[in-house]
Design a protein around this ligand. Structure first.
Ligand SMILES: *Cc1c(COP(=O)(O)O)cnc(C)c1O
Length: 361
């Protein structure tokens, strides 16, 4: 029996996608060899590569102003690649420090040039975000960096700052394609695949073409966006298996009825779980400001750490895995990515109810 998989990443993938990958593993499409044994310069792989790019473009509703790149190095490489490409000596960019992932981006920005912090959530222990209207770029800033969803803290921007002529760059690793978002408001968006898009190993970068042109010259080839844009993400060997899996996930979104339908289910899942937390305020507590609670990563606490351990252990015994909060913050975290069925959330809320009443609530 498959587990109810609440892992934050790598995380659950749609069962039909896993089954298709299994069926094609040894013999891809009747070709007599596996796709992972096939040259990335072959016409077989070419079709896979284009299917992945087309699927992303379709579901994200991207205009021709944007390029889509399929890179390695994880979302983490983007923390460094972005300032390398857009900041020269003496220049600076702005950042909203909303939690663990924005902090990592801040460190890498500072390694290349000067970062200017527009907001730091430290005072609230990273449980709230600024309201978008208050986020204004500083004078001379090259771009503004934000994380659309803080995977560890469980915070999510519900609408985005308007930064005018200064492009907005967004780390969408843990909520890309979980809801409809107008991508036209971003200069650059990136996401590691292993939360909503596929297995770990490929990172999607969506970048406005005019920004690629403005990018710094003279960087090592792999570190320059221009290289990958010029070569259609085939400058070097791409992670072919991950890209194939990603293309199947794009088809799966289509089969669900498109992104609108996926978003509808995600909203229901989040409402169920936050509903259970809110109905039992003496036992469950979500530390995140209600306006900024993530629909992807739901974090909550129980009255004591001992109860939290008991809760997580008991859940595992009932087939629910991945509920332990990140080691840096503790508590419980349930990740509700696209591929998590609503039945898994119902199983969790049922368990929460009986656990609470078993402890006198
Ligand atoms: C997981 C995650 C990352 C890091 O991704 P890697 O692929 O491990 O480098 C960065 N940002 C956010 C918001 C994430 O959730």
């Amino acid at each position: 029996m498959r587990k109810h998989n609440f892992y934050a990443g790598p995380s659950t993938l749609p069962l039909p996608v896993l089954e298709e990958l299994r069926d094609q593993m040894v013999d891809y499409d009747g070709k007599g060899l596996s796709l992972v044994e096939t040259s990335h310069r072959s016409k077989e792989y070419d079709a896979v590569h284009n299917a992945a790019l087309d699927g992303l473009r379709k579901h994200l509703e991207l205009s021709d102003d944007y390029d889509v790149l399929l890179l390695g190095g994880g979302a983490t490489l983007q923390f460094g690649m972005i300032p390398m490409n857009f900041l020269s000596e003496g220049e600076h960019a702005d950042i909203v420090v909303s939690g663990s992932w924005a902090k990592k981006a801040l460190d890498d920005m500072n390694a290349i040039a000067a970062a200017n912090i527009l907001f730091d959530g430290a005072d609230s222990a990273y449980t709230t975000l600024p309201s978008p209207e208050t986020v204004k770029p500083s004078s001379g800033s090259r771009y503004v960096h934000i994380a659309s969803n803080e995977t560890i803290g469980g915070l999510q921007w519900k609408s985005f700052p308007k930064t005018g002529d200064v492009p907005l760059f967004v780390d969408m690793s843990s909520d890309i394609l979980s809801r409809k978002v107008d991508m036209g408001q971003f200069g650059l968006a990136f996401a590691g695949a292993q939360k909503n898009l596929g297995p770990a190993g490929v990172t999607v970068v969506i970048i406005r073409k005019d920004l690629i042109e403005q990018g710094r010259k003279g960087l090592p080839a792999y570190l320059s966006y221009r290289t990958h844009a010029d070569k259609g993400s085939l400058y070097n060997t791409p992670p072919v298996f991950c890209i194939h899996a990603l293309s199947l996930v794009m088809n799966w979104i289509t089969d669900q009825g498109g992104l609108g339908a996926v978003e509808g289910t995600n909203d229901k899942k989040a409402a169920l779980l936050y509903g259970m937390i809110n109905e039992n305020p003496d036992f469950f507590r979500c530390p995140v400001h209600p306006a900024h609670r993530s629909s992807m990563n739901v974090v909550f606490r129980l009255p004591t750490e001992d109860l939290e351990s008991e809760f997580i252990k008991g859940a595992a015994a009932e087939g629910m895995v991945g509920l332990k909060g990140h080691r840096s913050v503790g508590g419980v975290r349930a990740s509700l990515y696209n591929a998590l069925p609503i039945e898994s959330v119902e199983t969790l809320t049922g368990y929460m109810k009986s656990f609470a009443s078993g402890h006198g609530v």
